[in-house]
Design a protein around this ligand. Structure first.
Ligand code: SF4
Length: 258
């Protein structure tokens, strides 16, 4: 058992508020709470918690308004617990999304609390913090991970806007794949003017053992000002890529066009 899980276990035994590494669920900076989503965790009815802040700057980010880590949350953790107390039997679980949810250390006690309340836990991540993701996986805090893989390593900086992102993201993918007890979906979002190395990415994912893959066409909604989601012949190009991805034979492949 790691130091943080020992600390959590001690707190639970003592009946004290759940605290891991000095953080409690109340410390989670939440930018938004969606009481019911049928799409954030495919096949499940979930509440979605949007965590404030992300270290990366993808040109197509659909949640570009909540990327600044200095902005505090606007939803109290108690609102999540209130919602869950009214939705037993109606919700399967909670998905922590963002922003980048693993940016916040309070994510761990929040996940543990959701499990303690009897709900499943899902996570959306771009893999920016592999060590934290490893702790989450090792401690059994998550049942499903939707993880973004944005490009081949040599093109990652172009998409994420940050040097060093490739190593973190691909290492995070390998961590998820090392935990077959945790269900996953790997997502690739393509956009006009992007590297368009999607087929190469998809082949690499298949090679590494990815079972569930989704190809997403970037949308203008929620993206930074000036982002163009359409271009001449773009829809046809993406549809052709989707056909090529289908042929790779993932256990599950979903195409999400614009
Ligand atoms: S990693 Fe995700 S949340 Fe962060 S900027 Fe990129 S798309 Fe947005």
């Amino acid at each position: 058992m790691s130091e943080s899980s020992e600390a959590g276990a001690r707190a639970e035994q003592a009946g004290a508020p759940l605290r891991i590494g000095g953080f409690t669920p109340d410390d989670l900076q939440i930018a938004g709470l969606v009481p019911l989503s049928t799409v954030d965790w495919p096949g499940r009815f979930v509440a979605s918690v949007f965590c404030q802040g992300c270290p990366w700057r993808c040109p197509y980010c659909q949640n570009s308004a909540i990327l600044d880590p200095k902005i505090p949350g606007v939803v109290a953790w108690s609102a999540v617990e209130d919602l869950l107390s009214r939705r037993h039997g109606l919700l399967d679980g909670v998905v922590f999304s963002g922003g980048e949810a693993t940016r916040q250390l309070a994510l761990l006690p929040a996940m543990r609390r959701v499990k303690e309340l009897g709900f499943h836990v899902g996570l959306h991540t771009a893999g920016a913090y592999p060590k934290r993701l490893e702790t989450i996986l090792e401690e059994g805090l998550v049942d499903w991970v939707g993880i973004d893989v944005k490009a081949m390593p040599e093109n990652y900086e172009q998409v994420s806007g940050r040097a060093g992102a490739a190593e973190k993201a691909w290492a995070s993918l390998d961590l998820v794949l090392a935990h077959p007890e945790v269900a996953h979906e790997v997502r690739l979002t393509v956009y006009p003017g992007g590297p368009f190395d999607g087929l190469e990415v998809a082949r690499e994912l298949k090679e590494r053992g990815v079972r569930a893959f989704a190809l997403q066409q970037a949308r203008a909604f929620g993206a930074p000002e000036g982002f163009e989601a359409k271009g001449a012949g773009w829809d046809d190009q993406v549809a052709a890529l989707a056909r090529d991805c289908t042929a790779l034979g993932f256990d599950s492949f979903e195409f999400r066009p614009d």
